[in-house]
Write a protein that binds this ligand. Structure first.
Ligand code: G4P
Ligand code: NA
Ligand code: NA
Length: 190
C-alpha cells in the first residue's frame, strides 16, 4: 500500500534494528484518512471471504479494525489485555502471550458471547513481529469454534518470523506493507 509506505517514510522513527516508532499514525495518534484507506484495503483483500466479524486487540489494532468493519458492514470485537472482572472460564476465553517489545507475558481475553461457531473471523492488527499476539488470538478463535478466514496486518516486519510461521500453518496472512530491514536506521520495504 503506497500511501502507508509514504507515511511510514515521513513519520517513522527507527528506534533499533527491530523496532520502529509509528506513534503519529498507529500507536498514539490516528490519521483518519490513512486509517480509512487501510480499512478499505483490508475490506477489498478479504471481500470474497464472507467475513461476519472482525477481531483485533487493544489498543492500536482498534482504529484500523473499525475502519475495515465499517466497510464490510460487520461488527468488530477487540480482545482486552487487562484482567477480566470475571475469570470464570465459562464466560471468557483467556490466553497467555509473551510480548517481544515489552519483554513480559500478558493475558489477553475475549468474552465468549462475542465469538460463535457460526462466525467467519478476520483478524486485524497494526504490527506483526514474532506473532505471539496473533497466535494467542488464533487460539481463542479456534476454541470458540469460529472459522478464521485470514489475518490482516498493517505493518509486517518480515525479518521477524511471525507472519511466516502463521502462513506456514496454513493461514492466509496479508500485510499492507512489509519491512524487510531497518538496519542503520534505513527502512527497506519488500
Ligand atoms: P508479536 O505479538 O508479533 O510477537 O509482537 P509483540 O507481542 O512484541 O507486540 C507487542 C506490541 O508491540 C504490540 O502492541 C505490537 O503491535 C507492537 N509492536 C511490535 N513491533 C513493533 C514495532 O516495530 N513498532 C511498534 N511501534 N510497535 C511494535 P501492543 O502491545 O498490542 O500495544 P498497543 O499499541 O496495541 O496498545
Ligand atoms: Na501496537
Ligand atoms: Na497491536
Amino acid at each position: 500500500m503506497e500511501l502507508l509506505k509514504q507515511r511510514i517514510r515521513e513519520v517513522g522513527q527507527v528506534l533499533s534494528n527491530e523496532v520502529i516508532k509509528l506513534d503519529a499514525i498507529l500507536n498514539h495518534a490516528v490519521d483518519p484518512v490513512l486509517t480509512t484507506a487501510m480499512g478499505k484495503e483490508f475490506a477489498t483483500i478479504f471481500a470474497e471471504e464472507g467475513v461476519t466479524k472482525i477481531l483485533t486487540i487493544e489498543s492500536s489494532g482498534i482504529p484500523i479494525a473499525f475502519a475495515a468493519a465499517q466497510i464490510l458492514n460487520v461488527p468488530m470485537v477487540f480482545a482486552r489485555r487487562k484482567k477480566p472482572v470475571s475469570s470464570d472460564t465459562t464466560e471468557i476465553y483467556s490466553e497467555r502471550v509473551p510480548s517481544f517489545t515489552k519483554g513480559f507475558v500478558t493475558d489477553i481475553m475475549v468474552a465468549r458471547e462475542f465469538l460463535s461457531a457460526e462466525d467467519r473471523i478476520l483478524l486485524i492488527d497494526d504490527f506483526i513481529a514474532n506473532g505471539d499476539a496473533a497466535r494467542g488470538l488464533i487460539r481463542i478463535i479456534r476454541r470458540s469454534g469460529a472459522h478464521l478466514v485470514g489475518v490482516g496486518i498493517a505493518v509486517e516486519k518480515t525479518f521477524q518470523a511471525g507472519g511466516r510461521t502463521i502462513r506456514e500453518s496454513g493461514i492466509r496472512v496479508e500485510s499492507l506493507v512489509s519491512i524487510a530491514s531497518m538496519e542503520h536506521g534505513n527502512i527497506i520495504f519488500e
